[in-house]
Write a protein that binds this ligand. Sequence first.
Ligand SMILES: C[S@@+](CC[C@H](N)C(=O)[O-])C[C@H]1O[C@@H](n2cnc3c(N)ncnc32)[C@H](O)[C@@H]1O
Length: 252
Amino acid sequence: MAAPAEILARFFPVPTQTTDEDKTFLLAALGLMRRENPTFSFLEIGSYRGGSLAPFLMDSSCDRIVSIDERGRALSDERGKKIDYTGFTQQAMVEALHARGVPTDKLIMFDGSIERYDGSGGASFDLAFIDGEHTDAACFRDFLWTLPLMRPDSIVMFHDRTFIHNALRLIDIYLRKDGRPCRTIHKADSEMSAIAFGRYRTIDLQGWFGAEELPEDFHPRAEVEMIQHVLSNRVKVDHVLSIVSPRTDPAA
Ligand SMILES: C[S@@+](CC[C@H](N)C(=O)[O-])C[C@H]1O[C@@H](n2cnc3c(N)ncnc32)[C@H](O)[C@@H]1O
């Protein structure tokens, strides 16, 4: 169940591309970080207007925030839709946050893919949110580059899991091969998934985040949904079937 509307409005004053259930999940993750650490650090890949950064910027326990965003591009996603993020700069994001009274003093911003981010600080993040380019290849890449930046006890969250469900499958294979103990949760009725490492994997994640959608239900559902998206976005039925270029939609 989603948190009450007044709570969500208070913690998410800037428009975000998340649903109320997704926001509730983000707040639960923030609450868990607060319970487990005197202070914690947050890494976000894909910030757009800054909506999903806001609760972390407003929280005094979160003392370091890095926002990585390949700003100013139009990108295709796994559905075959092209989303136009051009025109959204660092300055536009900061102005959007300030306009809603969100402080940005602890915010560090990097323009570009995480591949080019200087990760020499090592494993220093407690929580990450991957919500950048929604293709399986890009999500898998973002995770591979995020992983070495995470502390042994940490959580990596993903948004729009239906679109990137095959990346989540590959990540699961990679982590098994790596022998890294972890536990994945796909939150029911939301587009949020998370992988808990170290001591976080032993806590009652369903108790904390809410009921989960089991992988055996999630992946087949996502498969069907993605086929429907691809058919409506990329396949044109004339006399013969033909594959069309991705359609460009404004960011929504
Ligand atoms: C879905 S929006 C993020 C929404 C935001 N997290 C929210 O909840 O409001 C995706 C963002 O990812 C950025 N992006 C796209 N490709 C990226 C990449 N390869 N690396 C990092 N960011 C990327 C876009 O510029 C856009 O700002």
